[in-house]
Design a protein around this ligand. Structure first.
Ligand SMILES: NC(=O)c1ccc[n+]([C@@H]2O[C@H](COP(=O)([O-])OP(=O)(O)OC[C@H]3O[C@@H](n4cnc5c(N)ncnc54)[C@H](O)[C@@H]3O)[C@@H](O)[C@H]2O)c1
Length: 337
């Protein structure tokens, strides 16, 4: 068992897009976290980053797991490898923060849950939108009654097609339904699906999706997507979704609209603005200031993981939340598998 009376020794495995840009700088800064090592099989990627953060690096995860200074691992490798790495970490008594989706199939998440419970290990899925300052503020304002009770919502999340191609080029792991669990629309939907469940504090009762996948030869042959959903919650709220990656950067706005029973409406726009539409045509705009790894909630999510370990508490987000989000997302891919 690890000694939790000191700072938590952390190793980030997978220092690509999210591991390198979000988790590594975040765990370097968080109080109570001691970034011990980075691990990636690509030395040209991990070495300069390890030098920047003045930490060790490993090219082999098994070797990193043997490091006695490592109490917890942050798994930010591609989705198809999460399960194996998480299982190894659990067996070595290391706590785990695992990126979403946890695994391409829900049965593997159930296995991880059982193994972690039996070993007394904390495993938290990184549903970081719950910590994004703009969504924390949105939820707070809804709770304050600014729109009465929420009755309907629309959530749209756009990624420029060009950026999608840069992040996950055609032919890579993210485009294999078997390896990744679905196309990138499936992968990227889980945070938004979870976000609405968290904001509305209610469970999904019904969901349906329709999608198309335009091919963009100019961006290396990736498939963009327009993935539209409708869903209902136990408390009666009805919502629609549009996950899209078929527009340019200028049109690529993310917006979460919530409609209230007092006729007011509140929008979270991008990551830094809240707009409240009042009854007499008044419009109130509130800026939400967040920078760097805080913008999408990574810093606070990572901090919550560390604080939970230090306090010996179960994190507020568990594998059950990941399972629920993935089950709703799985309906997107049901006709593709
Ligand atoms: N929370 C978020 O905001 C967010 C954003 C993007 C991606 N993700 C998730 O993070 C995960 C990674 O996505 P990404 O876009 O950062 O991937 P990526 O391809 O940019 O980076 C993955 C890194 O893992 C390394 N790697 C692969 N297998 C390894 C192994 N066995 N041992 C050590 N290193 C290994 C690769 O060399 C690469 O550097 C995915 O599950 C994705 O869904 C989360």
């Amino acid at each position: 068992m690890v000694n939790l009376s000191k700072d938590i020794g952390v190793m980030v495995v997978g220092v690509g897009f999210v591991g390198g840009q979000a988790h590594s700088p975040s765990f370097k800064k968080i109080e109570g976290s001691n970034l011990i090592a980075l691990c990636d099989m690509v030395e040209e990627r991990v070495k300069p980053l390890a030098e920047k953060f003045d930490v060790k690096y490993y090219l082999d995860f098994d070797e990193g797991l043997e490091d006695p200074e490592v109490d917890a691992v942050v798994i930010a490798v591609p989705t198809p490898y999460h399960y194996d790495l998480a299982m190894k970490a659990i067996k070595k008594g290391k706590h785990v923060l695992v990126e979403m989706p946890v695994s391409p199939t829900v049965d593997k998440i159930e296995e991880l849950k059982k193994a972690a419970e039996e070993a007394g290990i904390t495993i938290m899925p990184n549903l970081n939108f719950r910590f994004a300052p703009v969504y924390v503020k949105l939820k707070e304002m809804i709770k304050e009654g600014r729109i009465g009770n929420p009755i309907a919502a629309h959530y749209r999340e756009f990624l420029p097609a060009k950026d999608l191609a840069a992040q996950w080029p055609a032919g890579g792991w993210a485009w294999s339904i078997e390896k990744a669990g679905g196309y990138p629309d499936w992968t990227l939907s889980v945070w938004g699906i979870d976000l609405l469940r968290w904001v509305f504090e209610s469970e999904y009762t019904d969901v349906a999706w329709m999608a198309n996948y335009p091919k963009f030869e100019e961006f290396g042959g990736i498939l963009g997507y327009n993935t539209k959903g409708i869903a209902k919650f136990e408390n009666g709220i009805v919502t629609s979704f549009h996950f899209g990656a078929s527009v340019n950067a200028a049109a690529s706005e993310t917006r979460f609209e919530v409609y209230g029973d007092n006729t007011n409406v509140i929008h979270a726009v991008g990551t830094n603005k809240i707009i409240v539409y009042g009854p007499d045509k008044e419009v109130e705009e509130i800026d939400v200031i967040a920078k760097g790894t805080r913008v999408w909630g990574h810093r606070h999510s990572d901090r919550h993981f560390i604080e939970s370990l230090l306090k010996g508490e179960t994190p507020s987000i568990t594998l059950d939340d990941a399972i629920i989000a993935q089950k709703i997302a799985d309906v997107i891919t049901k006709d593709l598998k």
